[in-house]
Design a protein around this ligand. Structure first.
Ligand code: NDP
Ligand SMILES: N[C@@H](CC=O)C(=O)O
Length: 379
């Protein structure tokens, strides 16, 4: 009997020794970040059991406050008292990791902040890999994009961002693999935005006001933290640019020709005035809906085409189109995105990736997928 107990405890100790511990800091705990933290905490035991990988969230931060723990945060992380209520510096996190010899570090960016991405190089220098739902680092100047990749290479670190295009859909990885394997991608076309997909799918199918459907899209968490980023076309423009750069094309965001959906009268007004004036969308979009051919619907479509064998040969555009209801794009429902990927080997029939293109839960799940993929690679 005694012998059995000793053996059992020895086995548990051995499991502890073999367990791979991954140390995570989560920046941003809004719609996506908070769900991600909940998902990780809920799946922690199962991941230890199945993969022998222990996901340890040791830091959670927003723009003001930082929570740090030597143990893993648990379900009650929202009620944990912050010791420093006012501000923190990024060094508080890197120093904490050094002090407690934390390795296998992953920094997760669930902000939409354009300044925050400037911290990536510092994080990488200090031993962090990066996973991000934030699209900014991949869509600022090409020089930053390239320097970041060089920094990653120099420090042997990884940067994963599958959720940058198509939320939880396996799109970036598919494009990356096709391109790496020498497959010539000739064109990518689709409805890249989950929120605008929802907006036009609902608006085209029902007799509702544009502003009513828009408010629903915002409430459902499909839009960017600032929904004007979706409506002006920037978010779809960024997604196109991210895919273009995956194909080694040397484009900048200004190369994307974007049809801005915001009425001229609302383009320069302050945010509160914008949200108080959503009715200004109603008449112009009612006219667009009414003036279509029979059995046609509105879709906001992104397209990457041109001579993709040349670094500067791509044509990138984002337009509101009226398409036949029974076409592939016309049949979209809910917040589904659709991506048609045309390649040389697949000929006229594209590879099609379709599914929920927005929403906090699917996005958090996609970020979680990147964390697991990265965890597998770490020692
Ligand atoms: N919703 C979706 O379907 C999808 C979203 N994404 C991306 O996910 C990201 C997050 O979106 P969402 O959760 O809706 O955004 P939210 O606005 O809900 O949350 C953003 C979070 O980031 C924090 N934050 C802002 N600036 C900083 C900073 N400098 N340092 C640390 N934290 C900061 C905010 O904190 P504070 O409150 O202090 O400002 C907040 O906690 C965005 O980049 C979005 O593009 C990607 C794919 C799909
Ligand atoms: N606002 C975006 C969210 C994901 O990137 C969208 O609507 O697709």
């Amino acid at each position: 009997m005694t012998q059995t107990i000793v053996k059992a405890s020895q086995r548990i100790d051995l499991e502890k020794i073999q367990k791979k511990k991954i140390n995570l800091v989560v920046f941003g705990h809004g719609n996506v970040g908070a769900l991600l933290i909940d998902q990780i905490i809920a799946s922690r035991g199962e991941i230890i059991r199945r993969k022998n990988i222990e996901l340890n969230i040791f830091a959670i931060a927003n723009s003001q406050k930082l929570l740090l723990t030597r143990d893993n945060f648990s379900e009650d992380w929202r009620t944990v008292k912050c010791e420093n209520e006012n501000s923190y510096s990024i060094e508080d996190i890197t120093n904490f990791a050094k002090r407690f010899n934390l390795d296998n570090l992953i920094a997760i960016d669930n902000t939409a902040n354009s300044e925050f991405v400037k911290i990536y190089p510092y994080l990488i220098e200090n031993g962090f890999n990066v996973v991000s739902s934030n699209k900014i680092a991949n869509t600022t100047e090409l020089s930053f994009y390239k320097d970041l990749r060089k920094k990653l290479k120099d420090h042997g670190k990884e940067y994963l961002y599958e959720t940058n295009v198509g939320a939880g859909l396996p799109l970036v990885d598919t494009i990356k693999l096709l391109h790496l394997s020498g497959e010539n991608i000739t064109r990518i076309k689709g409805v890249f935005s989950g929120s605008l997909s929802y907006l036009f799918n609902e608006f085209s199918a029902k007799d509702e006001l544009f502003s009513t459907v828009l408010k629903k899209a915002i409430d459902k968490g499909f839009t960017e933290p600032d929904p004007r980023e979706d409506l002006c076309g920037n978010d779809v423009g960024r997604k196109l640019l991210i895919l273009a750069r995956e194909l080694d094309l040397h484009n900048e965001i200004d190369d994307v020709k974007i049809e801005n959906l915001i009425p001229l009268s609302l383009r320069l007004v302050p945010k509160t005035e914008f949200f108080n004036s959503l009715n200004d969308f109603d008449v112009p979009f009612h006219i667009k809906r009414k003036n279509q051919k029979k059995d046609h619907v509105l879709r906001y479509v992104g397209e990457l085409r041109g001579d993709l064998s040349k670094n500067d040969g791509a044509i990138l555009d984002v337009r509101l189109l009226s398409v036949p209801k029974n076409s592939m794009l016309g049949q979209l429902k809910g917040s589904d995105s659709i991506f048609e990927i045309y390649t040389e080997s697949y000929g006229k029939n594209p590879i099609v990736i379709q599914g929920a293109g927005a929403g906090a839960a699917v996005t958090a799940r996609g970020v979680f997928g990147d964390i697991l993929r990265l965890s597998d690679k770490l020692n």
